[in-house]
Design a protein around this ligand. Structure first.
Ligand code: WTA
Length: 650
């Protein structure tokens, strides 16, 4: 833990929405009287019918989470319509293409028209309230229109990141039984073409084999590349929207009606459909967006995530647009055409607030300061980080080189499940410590708990991070499997939401996330279950058994290390290694590419047959001196072979 402390700069304090005294008062209110606090702050969004009930939540028994349950509203209305009077001509979305010469600006009035036309297309083609619509798109404005069009008519969107394979897409289509897909002909990233429509075609074939048929595929023309066309189900987006009216009344949605499903990895089994609902989610996403980023009129706000991840949902689309902000959407990658791109975009659009992931910062740091220094970055006033712990070296570089020591950094800890930011500095209130997410946001009560469930009550402590009471942005269930929701999050520690993260608390009460304590790894800020990679590996004919662990990786944060036991008759050679890497990419997608594959004649198991991952993790970390007790292994000799053949030799 770094001992450096960075006070709030005087200039920041003067203009910020929340100062230290306000943070303290509001935080205390939010814990002493959650009903009163959220009664007041729920009014930050517009309601067609005001709520009278605020909080109705329980973390025990069947676990039930309801916020503002008798209120009626609409998310698209809040993100678009309500701004028209004052901000109709203000830019809502700045789009920056993969190619630096490609960009456009969409005002709130234009956004309204796009969203309404698309909502009418969905309705005309039979999409009803509660139906699931799968969105598999590049980072183009139509992705935001698609989300908002679903919200407008009460359809539930399920966005699948464009880097996922046809198989992964098929799984998600089948799990939520989605009959409508919105995609593009091809995506464009770093000058490379991604065959989105082709992947959709393959996924639909696969989904059909599993009994789910897709009736309509709406295709945005992005590259005009060659694609296959099935006229009975494929529809060009530009043709369909042209034929529709630019008005569409927003559906009256109850606060607890679902807004979206987003699949995320856990420590076991296939990805879970995290379900977020309407009212509480929007209150929480917009409130965190406003106060964490201190977002005010005139700001140009840029979050470099992809809408395929929760960060894109809450902090590119819903939070900023609910607040009437100008949000920048970037199609490309930080290294294209060169490692200056982020900062060129900052200068070009005069970005004031910039939010990115540690993996991008580390990669750009590796490219050298000259790429940063050739740009001005004068417009920047605040920087943010999300997705994984930020190491102090990367923090310092971000602060000193990118922000030239004048921009605070908000290191925001949260999860797909939490809907919005949970532990974070507020720029005008919080002294910063590099590597610490600092303090809880309003209404959030973290607790550190040991493996036996004992709560650490002393200030300085370390343990498993739990949250002991609900907040409005919390996920409500796993789509179609409430039992799994209870099991995954509320069974380890009775009556508490368990995050899966380990955490330290220092003498100032600051929180330091130490990383996952379960079998989830974080590769370049992408969350991955080791079980998913394992099941992809064992689906290959050559593989008898596989165990996957994370290991420290300079740029990615964690890399993917696979131990593979082969079926007899296969050669343990580099050709097979390559083949297995390709296989995993086909099964899950390029983001799951194994970094190291070690062929192992046997895996370390207890006598009851449980794989001892602790040992595998140590070997992958090249730290085989501290393997701990191996005497309980069924066959202790496998450990020597694993060490000898490790792939991380110095
Ligand atoms: C990790 C991303 C440390 C953590 C919003 C969490 C972080 C998982 C931070 C959720 C941070 C996210 N510091 N760790 N600032 N932000 N994490 O669901 O392990 O993709 O549980 O949500 O990322 O990843 P997810």
């Amino acid at each position: 833990m770094s001992a450096d402390v960075y006070p709030v700069p005087a200039a920041v304090k003067k203009k910020a929405l929340i100062d230290e005294a306000t943070y303290k008062t509001w935080y205390k209110q939010s814990i002493d009287d959650p009903e009163g606090f959220w009664m007041k702050h729920g009014q930050r969004i517009d309601w067609f019918k005001p709520y009278t009930k605020v909080k109705n939540t329980s973390f025990t028994g069947k676990v039930s989470i309801k916020w503002y349950e008798d209120g009626v509203t609409n998310v698209a209305y809040n993100c678009v319509d309500r701004h028209l009077e004052r901000r109709g001509d203000q830019v809502a979305i700045i789009w920056e293409g993969d190619n630096p010469y490609d960009d456009k600006k969409i005002t709130y009035r234009e956004l309204y028209e796009h969203v309404c036309r698309l909502a009418n297309v969905l309705k005309r083609r039979g999409v009803k309230k509660g139906d699931r619509v799968t969105i598999y798109m590049p980072m183009i404005p139509e992705a935001a229109y698609a989300m908002l069009a679903c919200a407008r008519i009460g359809a539930i969107h399920s966005i699948v990141f464009g880097g996922f394979s046809p198989d992964a897409l098929a799984d998600r289509i089948v799990d939520c039984q989605s009959h409508f897909v919105i995609t593009a002909d091809e995506g464009l990233r770093g000058g490379r073409v991604i065959p989105l429509k082709k992947n959709v075609d393959l996924a639909i074939e696969e989904a059909e084999r599993e009994g789910v048929s897709v009736d309509t595929v709406l295709v945005v023309q992005r590259t005009a590349g060659k694609i296959d066309w099935y006229s009975e189900r494929d529809v060009w987006y530009h043709d369909a929207v042209k034929a529709e009216k630019a008005d569409c009344p927003p559906a009256r949605m109850k606060a607890e009606d679902p807004l979206f499903i987003l699949y995320t990895s856990g420590s076991t089994g296939k990805p879970k459909g995290v379900l977020h609902t309407t009212g509480g989610y929007l209150v929480y996403a917009s409130m965190t967006h406003q106060y964490v980023f201190d977002c005010q009129d005139g700001d140009i706000y840029w979050c470099s995530a992809d809408v395929g991840w929760v960060t894109g949902h809450s902090y590119i689309v819903y939070g900023p647009l609910a607040n009437g902000a100008t949000t920048l959407m970037f199609e490309g990658v930080p290294s294209y055409p060169d490692a200056s791109r982020f900062w060129q975009v900052v200068d070009k659009h005069q970005v004031t607030i910039f939010y990115t992931a540690p993996t991008a910062i580390r990669a750009l740091m590796g490219a050298g300061v000259s790429y940063v220094n050739r740009t001005s970055r004068k417009s920047l006033r605040l920087l943010g980080s999300v997705g994984e712990p930020i190491n102090p070296e990367a923090w310092e570089w971000y602060h000193n080189v990118v922000g030239e020591k004048k921009c605070p950094i908000v290191d925001t800890w949260w999860q797909t499940e939490t809907g919005g930011i949970m532990i974070t500095p507020l720029p005008g209130a919080t002294k910063l410590k590099p590597g610490s997410a600092t303090r809880p946001f309003f209404g959030i009560q973290p607790q550190l708990v040991d493996n036996e469930g004992q709560v650490h009550t002393e200030t300085v402590a370390e343990g498993n991070l739990c949250i002991i009471d609900s907040w409005p942005g919390q996920m409500r269930t796993v789509f179609g499997d409430h039992e799994r929701f209870i099991q995954t999050y509320f069974s380890n520690y009775k009556g508490k939401y368990f995050t899966g993260d380990g955490c330290k608390r220092d003498a100032d009460g600051y929180y330091w996330i130490t990383g996952r304590v379960d079998d989830v790894i974080n590769v370049s800020g992408h969350r991955m279950g080791t079980a998913e990679v394992e099941s992809a590996l064992v689906s290959h004919d050559a593989v008898a058994e596989a165990a996957v662990v994370g290991y420290p990786h300079d740029i990615k944060g964690q890399g993917i290390y696979c131990y593979v036991t082969l079926m007899s008759g296969y050669d343990a050679d580099d050709a097979l290694r390559k083949e297995l890497v390709q296989h995993v990419r086909r099964e899950i997608g390029p983001i799951a590419s194994p970094d190291k594959i070690q062929f192992a004649p046997g895996l370390p198991k207890t006598r009851s047959g449980k794989i001892m991952r602790r040992i595998l993790r140590k070997i992958a970390e090249d730290d085989y001196s501290s393997l701990g007790d191996t005497s309980t292994l069924a066959d202790p000799s496998v450990v020597n072979d694993l060490i000898e053949n490790r792939q991380n030799k110095h």
